[in-house]
Design a protein around this ligand. Structure first.
Ligand SMILES: *[C@@H]1O[C@H](CO)[C@@H](O)[C@H](O)[C@H]1NC(C)=O
Ligand SMILES: *[C@@H]1O[C@H](CO)[C@@H](O)[C@H](O)[C@H]1NC(C)=O
Ligand SMILES: *[C@@H]1O[C@H](CO)[C@@H](O)[C@H](O)[C@H]1NC(C)=O
Ligand SMILES: *[C@@H]1O[C@H](CO)[C@@H](O)[C@H](O)[C@H]1NC(C)=O
Length: 511
């Protein structure tokens, strides 16, 4: 069952300031809702259970609206007792988040959780200058810092920098002890090794910090904290939101649109080792890039695609969409870097879908050029893809743009995603290239029917928590399983009271 619910959803209750407000069907409202949706918002769900069966046919009008919620709604507020951050911190936690915008996003969520686990004070995470874009705008350049700190006040204490210690009238700087956490470190590493060093030195510095905390943690409250960070506390700066909103408004003037993350850039292709389709010259470039940037690995190049390791080519994207029934009037926003191999790869796609847009074709202004360099450019594409009616990634590897968006769209109302199963599609494409065109579209549809279009679904390894936070960050009003029940509407008041209580306690111990 699908519904058009998100645009028309009533959002109310929870002391959220949204009480009784009916969100109108307009882009501005949707943007506003997504950017300010209260952590504690509640809404009425429809009553049906989680879909366990895949659909029997694909209807385009269904894809253009949101997926069925199965009576689930997003919710990241705590459902059991959640104490405010301790008044006595165990020390300061500093982290350096490496990677691009999205790798950093999950690293920031992990850092907040690590600080909570350690009863530490978090220093505003440092974001690596993006090596590809030579960008150094940092946390302040991309995210709303004040909102970040305020939203997480019930969870962790966050400071912008480690304050100087005042001892006997002398200023003394705490020097954080530098540690390299194991990849996907378990919670126990933080409460033993890391905590020991923190207590010894007063502060630790974890670097690099991406994928340094296990994703699967058997504690739904911890997982919900990750969602509070990722989907509520991390808000892009107003100028990024405004620019994205303006792009979306222009696109919507002509009706619904689809966004595609076309991951067909040099770094991606050389990482995946998909060389076969390129000229010897191009292959040389890709192989050189691979040698310089990635760990050596024996790859059988002509097998990479057959085992689903290659990103879809632009033409394959076009053929899949055609098989699903989208025609040449479909408007598509492309989020992509510089495509490798030039126009000969785009041509077949453009002939199937001529109405292609990107951020410079929609908003060709000085302001845009200034605001879309580096991380901010990724952020604008991220927002437009988040708000689009349909989203389709062409590659989903660990913690990249597409993965985070899939998770974000799921959280904000089960927004439709088209998620091709590359491994199952590969033999169909290979047959077609060998001249076997009969039944091609039917075969593609058959594979696509077995995929998920954005409905709530079980997370199966290796799917990441950041791609699919169901069920931890979703709840049901009348749930069969008590753990799935939505938190009380006055949860915000309860947490406020508790926070104030600790403040009063502290004040009375001081005085
Ligand atoms: C953090 O504080 C809580 C509540 O005071 C306590 O139960 C927990 O053991 C502490 N954890 C660490 C690692 O200090
Ligand atoms: C779309 O396809 C139809 C035929 O199916 C054709 O008449 C029309 O010119 C095409 N439109 C564009 C913009 O290519
Ligand atoms: C955006 O689209 C325009 C017009 O189609 C094209 O010239 C330009 O190269 C595209 N820009 C990017 C970054 O893809
Ligand atoms: C505790 O003291 C701080 C600083 O003096 C003050 O801002 C805060 O309002 C006080 N809290 C309560 C609950 O009295």
């Amino acid at each position: 069952m699908r519904r058009t619910g998100f645009h028309r959803r009533q959002s109310g209750g929870g002391g959220s300031g949204f009480k009784g407000m009916i969100v109108k069907l307009s882009v501005a409202a949707v943007v506003l809702l997504i950017c300010t949706l209260s952590l504690f918002f509640s809404s009425t769900g429809t009553s049906s259970n989680l879909q366990s069966n895949y659909r029997s046919e694909i209807r385009l009008e269904e894809l253009w609206s949101n997926a069925g919620s199965g009576s689930w709604r997003p919710s990241s507020a705590p459902r059991t007792h959640w104490a405010p951050p301790p008044t006595e911190s165990n020390g300061y936690l500093r982290v350096r988040c490496n990677g691009g915008l999205n790798q950093q996003r999950s690293a920031i969520s992990n850092a907040v959780l690590a600080a909570r686990i350690m009863n530490a004070t978090l220093v505003l995470p440092e974001l690596d200058a993006n090596s590809f874009w030579h960008d150094d705008s940092g946390f302040h350049g991309i995210y709303d810092v004040e909102h970040f700190i305020k939203t997480l006040r019930y969870d962790v204490k966050i400071v912008e920098s480690i304050p100087e210690n005042q001892k006997n009238g002398k200023k003394k700087k705490i020097k954080p002890f530098q540690l390299r956490p194991p990849r996907d470190a378990p919670v126990s590493w933080y409460t033993t090794d890391a905590l020991k060093k923190m207590k010894e030195h007063g502060a630790i510095y974890l670097t690099p910090f991406s994928h340094r905390l296990a994703e699967e943690i058997d504690n739904p409250e911890y997982q919900r904290l990750r969602c509070r960070v990722n989907y509520h506390a991390l808000r892009f700066k107003p100028h990024i939101v405004k620019l994205s909103q303006s792009i979306v408004e222009k696109l919507r003037e002509q009706g619904p649109f689809m966004s595609i993350h076309l991951r067909f850039e040099m770094d991606m292709l050389s990482f995946a080792g998909c060389f076969d389709i390129f000229t010897p010259e191009e292959q040389k470039i890709l192989k050189k890039y691979r040698k310089e940037n990635f760990a050596p690995k024996r790859l059988v190049y002509n097998e990479r695609r057959a085992i689903g390791k290659c990103p879809l080519t632009p033409q394959e994207v076009g053929l899949i969409l055609r098989a699903l029934g989208f025609d040449n009037s479909t408007r598509i926003y492309l989020a992509a870097g510089e495509l490798f191999g030039g126009d000969r790869f785009m041509k077949p796609f453009r002939s199937l879908f001529p109405r292609l847009e990107n951020h410079s074709s929609v908003e060709n202004s000085e302001e845009l050029a200034e605001n879309t360099r580096g991380l901010a450019g990724s952020a604008v594409d991220y927002m437009v893809c988040l708000l689009s009616d349909i989203f389709m990634p062409t590659y989903d590897g660990p913690s990249n743009f597409a993965n985070n968006l899939l998770g974000h769209r799921l959280y904000y109302g089960f927004r439709t995603t088209i998620r091709p199963d590359r491994k199952s599609l590969a033999p169909i494409f290979i047959d077609r290239e060998n001249g076997q065109t009969a039944g091609f579209e039917e075969a593609v549809r058959k594979v696509m029917l077995k995929t998920n279009f954005g409905e709530p679904h079980k997370r199966v390894s290796p799917e990441s928590f950041y791609t699919n936070s169901w069920p931890e960050c979703f709840c049901q009003i009348s749930a069969q399983n008590p753990a799935d029940k939505c938190p009380p509407n006055d949860i915000l008041n309860i947490m406020n009271d508790e926070l104030q209580k600790t403040e009063t306690d502290t004040n009375s111990t001081i005085s």
